[in-house]
Design a protein around this ligand. Sequence first.
Ligand code: ADP
Ligand code: PEP
Ligand code: K
Ligand code: MG
Length: 491
Amino acid sequence: MGENGFRSTRRTKIVATIGPATCSEEMLGTLATNGMNVARLNMCHGTHEWHTAVIERIRKLNKLKGFSVAIMLDTEGSEVHTSELEQPLKAEVGEEFVLTIRDPETVEGSAIGVSYDAFVDDVQVGDLVVVDGGMVSLEVKQKMGPDVKVEVVDPGIVLSRANLTFRRNGHLVRARNSMLPVLSSKDWLDIDFAIRQQVDFIAVSFVKSADVIKNLKSYLNSRADKVIEVIAKVESHDSVPNIEEIVEASDAVMVARGDLGAQIPLEDVPSVQKEVVVRCRQAGKAVIVASHLLQSMIEYPTPTRAEVADIADVVRQRADALMLSGESAAGAYPEKAIGVLRAVATRIEEWCRQEKHGQIVLPQLTDRLDGRVSEELCASAAQMANNLNARAIFVYTRRGYMANFLSRCRPDCPIFAFTDKQDVRQRLNLRWGVMPFRLDFGADPEENVDRTFALLKRRDLVQKGDLVVVVSDIRPPNEDVVRSVQIRHVP
Ligand SMILES: Nc1ncnc2c1ncn2[C@@H]1O[C@H](COP(=O)(O)OP(=O)(O)O)[C@@H](O)[C@H]1O
Ligand SMILES: C=C(OP(=O)(O)O)C(=O)O
Ligand SMILES: [K+]
Ligand SMILES: [Mg+2]
C-alpha cells in the first residue's frame, strides 16, 4: 500500500497549526495533500475574520478534493502573556525593560504590555519572569504601580503574545491568574464562534480538573447542532494530579508540552506524557502529543536527530496524533516538517509491527451489554486480523463508535471506516489507524460491502484476492441492529 500523504495508510495522525505561513488556499492544499489530518486554529492569535477565512478555505478544499481535514479550535485560556509586538524583541543580558499593564506606547523606555492586570501585585522584587518556558528570563528589579522594571538574566527573543510564568526561589509562583476561570469571557466568545463555524474539536487550554470539560460538554450539547468533541490540554501544573478524571471527562487529550514544561520540571514531562498516552488508550480517548516535535525546523530545512528520536518515541507509545505548532504556523518549512512526521511515523510504525511494540492490556470500557458486545466484537476482529495477517479491516459505522473501538486495539492492518456523515468522517480522522470514507449506505448490507471493495480497489488500497476482516453494526430501517464480523476475500 503506497504511502502518499493524503491517501495514506499511515496510522499516526498529524495535526498542523495554521498561521501566516500556511493560511493561503495553496498552502492549505499542500499540507492536506502531504498528510495533515486536522488543522488547528489557535485563538491566541488572529481575528475571527482571519479564522473564518481559513475555515472556509479548508471546507472548500475538502469539498473539491475529497479531503476530510477536521478543524480544531484551541482556546486562549487565562494565561498571562505579553502584548502584540510590532516585531520580535531582542533581549540582551543586563538590558532593562518595563513590563506594564498600561498601553506600552504611553510608557517611557522599552515597555512590553502584559495581558493580566493583577500580575503587578503577584510578583515581588527578586522574582523571575520566565518568557515562553525559558526562551528569555527577566528578574524583577522594582515595582512601580502599573509598571514592573525587569532586567534580562537569560537573553533571547521575546515574541508577540509570549507566555509568562513567574518563579520565586526556583518554584512556580501561584500567581492570582491560577484562580481565574479556565475559560475566560473571551474564550466563551471564541466557543460561540466555534459553534457557529461548526468546527469538529474544541481544545481547552490550561485545564485543571474535569469540571470545565463537563461544563463545556453540556454547553455544547444544548447549543451546537452537531457533535463537537472536547479536547483537554494537559499543560497546567494543577492538571497533573487530576489526569484520570480529566481523561474520563474528555473526548480526547492533548499533552501540551510547551506550557507543561514551564509549569512542571522539564524532566517530569516525559513521564506525564507517557501516563496520559496510556490512560487515554485504556479509556478509548484520542491522545495528541504536541509542541517542539520539530522546533528546529521553524528555521532549518532538516530536523535534529534528537527530534526524530522524540517523534519515534511518540509513535512507539502509539499516540493517536503528532502536532505541529510554530513549525507549520510560522516556520520556514511547513511542508518539509509534515514530510518528516510522515516519514518517521511510517517507518517506526512498521518497526512496531515487526517488534510487537506497544501492546498493553485494555480494560473493559462499559458494563452495558450493548457496549460490551461492540467492544468484544472489535477486539476479536482486531485479533483475527493480526493472526490471519489480514490486509485491512473494513468497518461500517454511523456514529464512529465501532471505528473508535477498533482503533483502540491498534491492529497491525489499516482500518477503512465508512460512514454516511462527513462530520463523523472528519472526527474519525484524528483516530489512530482509521482511514475514513464517506458512503451513502444502501438498504442491502452486502451491496454496501461490494461497493467499498470496488472503491478501494480503484484507489489501489486493496487488491483482488486480499484477505480482509469486515465489521458491521449498521441498523437496517425498522430492525434490530445486526452486528457481524466476516472474513472475506476481496472479489
Ligand atoms: N493565527 C495566527 N496568526 C498569526 N500568527 C500565528 C497564528 N497562529 C500561530 N501563529 C504563530 O505561530 C507561533 C506558534 O504557534 P502556537 O504554538 O499555536 O502559538 P504560541 O506559541 O503562541 O502558543 C505563534 O507564536 C505565532 O507566532
Ligand atoms: C500546545 C500548547 O499550547 P499553546 O500552543 O496554545 O500554548 C502547548 O503549550 O504546548
Ligand atoms: K491556545
Ligand atoms: Mg499552551
